[in-house]
Design a protein around this ligand. Structure first.
Ligand code: NAP
Length: 335
């Protein structure tokens, strides 16, 4: 079987471009002892992958040039030499940007038989949904009646944060990069107020208008100017869950700031970064609750689907530029 694969051909300097990727073709491998051959069906493209393209030490090792890139993948087993996983099982794991992957069976998670579409395990029932829950409920400890503000509010994580905030009786506001996304936030994801940060003439004024009584909890996905704007609007003892800083990921030189850090002292603010995988118990707790919220209509889900491994690199770049609404995934084969 032919196996198309996407490799990192060079490390980006500044914005990642299609030239940083190479599409190659090989023959799908045979599973060895304890290994499984998976036909990949959906793969996830995520902002953290941009950080892994740089040769820097982080919480996760960098991608190596010339090697097949890795992603969260959902697929179906077509051959297994691992006793706990059988041919036909649906599995999830960190596999390659490729049509077929051979993997140590111990590194795969068998997906339960359920009515949820397979791709949801990469989004609302997967890492982005878990991130929303961990950041909002465990790091920021949002409480009923509080005002939450979410940046990159219509994306995979942000769209869930807003809905979780509403489910927990918070008031929620957010920013996103187009008028269509802003409308979706209010009409679909239950945001009380939202604005387009690209057309705002004053970000602090837009935050103030969206949150007239100030912000108790900031769920921060972006950093830079919007973080600074929300800082000016935080209430005493406000909490900031630092989830991501996507405005920096493609910058060649990091900007100083945010300005106004003095506010952290006067207003007794706290800011805490987190990595979702450090919280496995909360992730499991979330999935149990999310299934209930989805089935009773409280939690809605959107995804943007690119077709084919040939389009994976472009889907990744488009997502970093805001081309996605909800979770960006790539469909590699039919279910
Ligand atoms: P996403 O929001 O689905 O997609 C990224 C979005 O970021 C784009 O759609 C774009 O939306 C927005 N964006 C890009 N550049 C921007 C800029 N300069 N200023 C403002 N917005 C910008 O991605 P996601 O997977 O949900 O991830 C969201 C954030 O969470 C990322 O920072 C990611 O690194 C972080 N994250 C952290 C963890 C963790 O464990 N800490 C886990 C998962 C994700 P607009 O059209 O609105 O600009």
């Amino acid at each position: 079987m032919k196996n198309k694969q996407v490799r990192l051909s060079s490390r980006p300097t500044g914005w990642v471009t299609p030239d940083n990727f190479e599409l190659t073709e090989a023959v799908a491998g045979e599973p060895g002892d304890g290994e499984v051959l998976v036909k990949n069906i959906f793969m996830s493209v995520d902002p953290y992958m941009r950080g892994r393209m740089n040769d820097v030490k982080s919480y996760i090792p960098p991608f190596q040039t010339g090697e097949v890139l890795q992603a969260g993948v959902v697929g179906q087993v077509i051959a297994s030499n691992f006793s706990a996983i059988a041919e036909g099982d649906y599995v999830m794991g960190m596999l390659g940007w490729e049509n077929y992957s051979v993997c140590d069976g111990r590194l795969l998670r068998k997906l339960p038989q359920s009515s949820a579409p397979l791709s949801w395990h990469l989004g609302i029932l997967g890492m982005p949904g878990m991130t929303a829950y961990v950041g909002l409920m465990k790091i920021a400890e949002a409480k009923a009646g509080e005002q939450v503000f979410v940046t990159a509010a219509s994306g995979a994580v942000g769209s869930v944060v807003g809905q979780l905030a509403r489910i927990h009786d918070c008031r929620v506001a957010g920013s996103a990069g187009s008028d269509q996304k802003v409308a979706l936030l209010k009409e679909e994801f239950g945001y009380n107020s939202a604005f387009n940060y690209k057309t705002s003439t004053s970000l602090p004024a837009s935050v103030k208008e969206a949150c007239p009584d100030s912000v108790d909890v900031l769920f921060e996905n972006v950093g830079g100017e919007i973080l600074e704007a929300v800082l000016w609007n935080m209430r005493d003892y406000g909490r900031i869950a630092l989830c991501g800083m996507i405005s920096d990921y493609n910058e060649q030189e990091l900007q100083p700031g945010p300005r106004g850090m003095m506010l952290m002292i006067g207003r007794r603010l706290s800011m805490r970064g987190f990595i979702v995988t450090d919280h496995p118990d909360a992730c499991e707790e979330y999935v149990g609750k999310a299934i209930g919220w989805i089935s009773d209509g409280q939690l809605k889900y959107r995804e943007t689907v690119a077709e084919g491994i040939e389009n994976a690199a472009q889907a990744f770049i488009d997502m970093l530029k805001g081309g996605n609404t909800g979770k960006q995934i790539v469909q590699l084969s039919e279910v």
